[in-house]
Design a protein around this ligand. Structure first.
Ligand code: GUE
Length: 287
């Protein structure tokens, strides 16, 4: 049976360190400020935003949630982002994705100051990551949370074959860059990939971000693989499940993340840690 990578426990451990950093900043009279911008009423998004708000408050952050109407224009949204770019009480800006279809995600992402980019989605930050120059640079929270699993459980990456399924700017692309930077041999698969299971069966490290419940079965997995499930899907009973058929795959893998309590809690933990880092970096720049 696989070792379960416990996201809840690891998140709590990292949160303790983050809280120590918050205390150090507080001793200097600095409070990390995070604004989460939510457009429209997507039910799942509202749940994540509430979870983030709870964690941010617990950490002692200055936490702002901006709920904006579904009908807001791209120009208006960008103007609001720009207001937070120059707001000295705000260190980190997160615009909840997906945005309504009439707003271009990329335009909004580019409007966020790279120095306040809570998600690490700005092209400057993503570019630095790809060039392996991401020191003092925010990195996408889900992939960096996954890297924390490898570190905490002493899972080697150097020379390993990694397969990432999914090529989004949020998970697949930054995940592939982090794995390449850690000297893994990385294949990025996606919806146009042919003979997918032929690839996944050779993977020492398999990261699955496709958004289809129980997409990966035991047959698709190499014995002893490390299986990371980024899926947040609903099964027929509307229960939260992952992209990996956990019950089957845990019998074959060496390590596996559960859903819930795997990658999800780590994403929020890395967002909190990154907000503190952005606050520290900006205070260093101010002198
Ligand atoms: N700009 C932006 N940045 C994001 O990071 C972002 C986003 N937009 N849009 C939506 C996705 C999704 N996401 C999750 C984060 C935490 C959990 C989470 O905490 N999950 C828990 C519990 C969830 C539950 O019980 O419903 C778990 O897996 O154990 C889930 C999903 C962040 N996202």
């Amino acid at each position: 049976m696989a070792t379960i990578l416990d996201g809840k426990a690891l998140a709590a451990e990292i949160d303790k360190n983050t809280m120590l950093e918050v205390q150090k900043l507080s001793d200097r009279g600095i409070t990390p400020g995070l604004v989460v911008i939510l457009v429209g009423h997507d039910e799942a998004s509202q749940l994540y935003v509430r979870n983030k708000e709870r964690r941010a408050k617990k950490m002692g952050f200055h936490s702002v949630i901006r709920n904006l109407p579904e009908t807001i224009t791209e120009t208006e949204l960008i103007q609001i982002v720009q207001k937070y770019n120059t707001d000295p009480t705000i260190n980190a800006i997160l615009v909840q994705l997906p945005l309504p279809a009439h707003i271009n995600d990329f335009h909004v992402t580019m409007a966020i100051s790279p120095q306040k980019d809570a998600d690490g989605f700005h092209p400057l930050n993503l570019g630095k990551l790809i060039l392996n120059q991401a020191n003092q640079t925010p990195v996408a929270c889900t992939p960096s949370g996954i890297m924390e699993f490898f570190k905490a459980y002493n899972i080697p990456l150097d020379g390993k074959r990694a397969v990432v399924i999914g090529r989004s700017a949020i998970v697949g692309k930054p995940m592939a860059a982090l794995l390449v930077n850690a000297n893994a041999t990385v294949t990025v698969a996606h919806s146009h990939t042919t003979n997918l299971s032929e690839l996944t069966r050779k993977a020492d490290i398999l990261v699955v971000a496709v958004g289809i419940a129980h997409f990966i079965k035991a047959d698709d997995v190499k014995p002893g693989a490390v299986v990371i499930d980024v899926g947040m899907d609903r099964d027929v009973q509307h229960k939260l499940v992952g992209d990996v058929d956990f019950k089957e795959v845990e019998k074959k893998a060496a390590y596996i993340t559960p859903v819930p309590r795997g990658v999800g809690p780590m994403t929020i933990t890395m967002l909190m840690a990154q907000t503190v880092s952005l606050t520290k970096w900006s205070s260093e720049q101010d002198g």
